[in-house]
Ligand binder design. Sequence first.
Ligand SMILES: [Zn+2]
Length: 53
Amino acid sequence: MPIYEYRCLKCGEVFEVIQRFSDKDRTQCKFCKGKVERLISSSSFQTGIFEAR
Ligand SMILES: [Zn+2]
């Protein structure tokens, strides 16, 4: 299952969410219920750097 990272635009918290394909995108911070944006997964980002070398 894919893991998505979200960052809250309100409190700045970053948290990971394991999502099934059938799940809807998370749009609320789990801490303050503020609006969140989805980040690129840090694990795939690091893999990209490694492959670039
Ligand atoms: Zn928040």
